[in-house]
Ligand binder design. Sequence first.
Ligand code: R1P
Ligand code: URA
Length: 290
Amino acid sequence: MAIPDSELIFNKDGSIYHLNLQPDHISDTIITVGDPERVPLVSQHFDSIETRIHKREFVTHVGYYKGKRLTVISTGMGTDNIDILLNELDALVNIDFVTREARPQEEHIALRIVRVGTSGALQADIPVGSHLVTEHAVGLDSLMQFYPLVETGLEIEVATGVQQALALDYRPYCVRGTDLLREQLGAGMVVGNTLTCPGFYGPQGRVLRLDLRRPDLIEQFQNFRHESAEGEFRLTNFEMETAGYYALGRMLGHEVVSLNAIVANRATGEFATNSDAVMHDLIAKTLDRV
Ligand code: R1P
Ligand code: URA
């Protein structure tokens, strides 16, 4: 069945609504970053750049790195943008733009999507300046209130445990990422469990002029533990997108991994003085491994 004009929206040039891209623009491997100014920091390493397109916070460069075609796209902040990013990227490869129909399952194309972002550590033993690859993501945001995400028993237990520990009115969601991509891209990095928050200040326990409903939020994040046959689970870091990537990646059939440059540590109160260098190193590592 053809998807209606109001749901699959094209611009006048035939590109998809927010990303402004056409199917032949993108490569199978896509590096994503939050900050639009980080896009040229990645593409400056390319041998050549064939496409530069932008709309709103979505800046895209496509080119070749050591002979491999790569795309880098900025997303802005928050899982609401990841909803747009993943649905529109998926449409570019898995929906026929002429018939407006989803391609059959046997023609499914799986993208490899690598998030390269900044993050704050929750635990004292994860120093600023380190690189962390996300194994499980726990989403405190509301995106999965709207999709039928299927979680494993362990994921449900962890998410329910976080709900109880924080006395939340709703159950967060928990998703383990793609093992192969995590092992390939995250070799030698700290392996962690990332909490995705629907904000940078209150939802991450930061107080400027507003008091929090839960003054001990950071301690609750830090002290959360879940014991299972797989060992002890703790939350290691937080940011604002990873759980959205992992959940939508699973549902849409794409391989996704989140790589985090740890620029803050909320246990020690530090912020990296060399955060640009920490990100620069993470970009270099990502390009060499991807
Ligand atoms: C907050 O400062 C932003 O930084 C992190 C968070 O997820 C949020 O988007 O990621 P990026 O550095 O990729 O934007
Ligand atoms: N990004 C976040 O969302 N939180 C931090 O503490 C640092 C980067």
